[in-house]
Design a protein around this ligand. Structure first.
Ligand code: SF4
Length: 361
């Protein structure tokens, strides 16, 4: 197992955690991600087939703007190998500390994602609208790709129409898409909030869990505003990145779960649907034994064996062309397989951010 590699959700993560960050109350990085970490193994150091994979820098506890020199150090390393995939920096700090980054690294596909809570002077978050606006203006001048991350949207705190409209109109004025989601409330986080009397509540009729749920009303309000102001919106970061970087489909293959992620409302729907129907089945870069199979109503291995606590109806209704293997993979193996092929994988798997050794070239 490659324990010197950390892959989670949408990214190959590079960088390290800090003992301090902005101290936002809902922070998952502080309570759910490892705090004593440093990962510097570049994708192409493992296998050249990873030259295009998406990378995020310093996504653990410790915003990139609080570790500026170290963020430049990782950028330098990626530049030395001419990494060709999207390189993402997610921040709610002052991005101007990275001024000159585009001139210095013109070959890197840089993308700044500006995180906002949508309200100022919140007891739960340091984010400020003025910082968001000045960061967006900086990104335009700098020449890097950029977007807004409006997360987490919390019941009764930053989900009112005025806040949603504020974020959507800022996005419209700066011509950028928005990634958004509700609040993840794992049992551990819910316990911490309870102990510290933090008044986060799930939406009526919902329970906290791993899925970052919103109410139907809030979803509808965001979609209506996005349509009115012509702003592309995405509940999944990978979908947003695929859109901005001109991919022909979502690199995380969410189109296998179209109801869960709301594909029918998405600007990428036609192209993702086309790829889902007719994927590129060249899998010569996949190093483990597998076959290509077409399946309907397939049930995810974790859902079928009660190993997952965030099952949705889409988990037992997966259809399309997929890779099938008898060997047990890690969830990181599955992620990179999706990134490389655009297909989902039918297999047994264990949750792990580390890649199996068979990827080593
Ligand atoms: S159509 Fe679905 S999978 Fe494709 S980018 Fe949109 S939400 Fe993601």
């Amino acid at each position: 197992m490659n324990t010197n590699i950390f892959i989670q959700k949408s990214f190959w993560l590079l960088g390290k955690a800090l003992p301090k960050c902005f101290g936002c109350t809902y922070c998952r990085a502080q309570n759910e991600m490892p705090l004593n970490v440093k990962y510097e193994t570049l994708p192409t150091e493992v296998n050249t087939c990873f030259k295009d994979v998406p990378v995020a820098i310093n996504l653990w506890y410790g915003d990139p703007t609080l570790q500026v020199d170290y963020t430049w150090h990782i950028l330098n390393k990626l530049n030395e190998v001419r990494h060709a995939g999207p390189i993402c920096i997610i921040t709610k700090g002052n991005a101007t500390v990275f001024s000159g980054v585009y001139k210095k690294f013109p070959y890197l596909d840089l993308h700044f994602l500006f995180s906002t809570f949508g309200v100022d002077n919140s007891q739960f978050c340091v984010s400020k609208t003025s910082q968001l606006i000045s960061n967006l203006a900086w990104a335009i001048t700098e020449g890097v790709k950029y977007s807004i991350e409006f997360r987490p949207i919390i019941y009764g705190i930053n989900d009112n129409l005025e806040t949603l409209k504020r974020v959507v109109t800022i996005a419209a004025a700066h011509k950028c898409p928005i990634g958004y989601s509700g609040l993840q409330g794992t049992p551990n986080l819910v316990n911490i909030w309870g102990t510290n009397h933090i008044p986060f509540k799930p939406y009526p009729g919902q329970a906290f869990g791993y899925k970052k749920q919103l109410s139907g009303e809030v979803e509808n309000n965001i979609r209506r505003l996005a349509k009115e102001y012509n702003v592309p919106i995405f509940p999944k970061t990978a979908c947003l990145i695929s859109y901005i970087h001109g991919y022909k489909k979502d690199y995380n293959a969410h189109y296998y779960r179209p109801n869960e992620v709301g594909c029918k409302h998405c600007v990428m729907n036609t192209q993702c649907e086309m790829y889902h129907k007719c994927p590129d089945t060249d899998t010569s870069m996949i190093p483990y034994p597998h076959i290509i199979a077409h399946k309907t109503n397939h049930i995810c291995h974790h859902a079928a064996h009660n190993l997952c606590n965030s099952v949705t109806p889409d988990c037992s209704n997966i259809s399309g062309t997929m890779l099938q293997t008898d060997i047990e993979l890690t969830s990181a193996d599955i992620r990179v397989t999706k990134w490389l092929t655009g297909m989902t994988v039918d297999c047994k798997f264990v949750e792990s951010p580390h890649l199996s050794d068979f990827w080593n070239k």
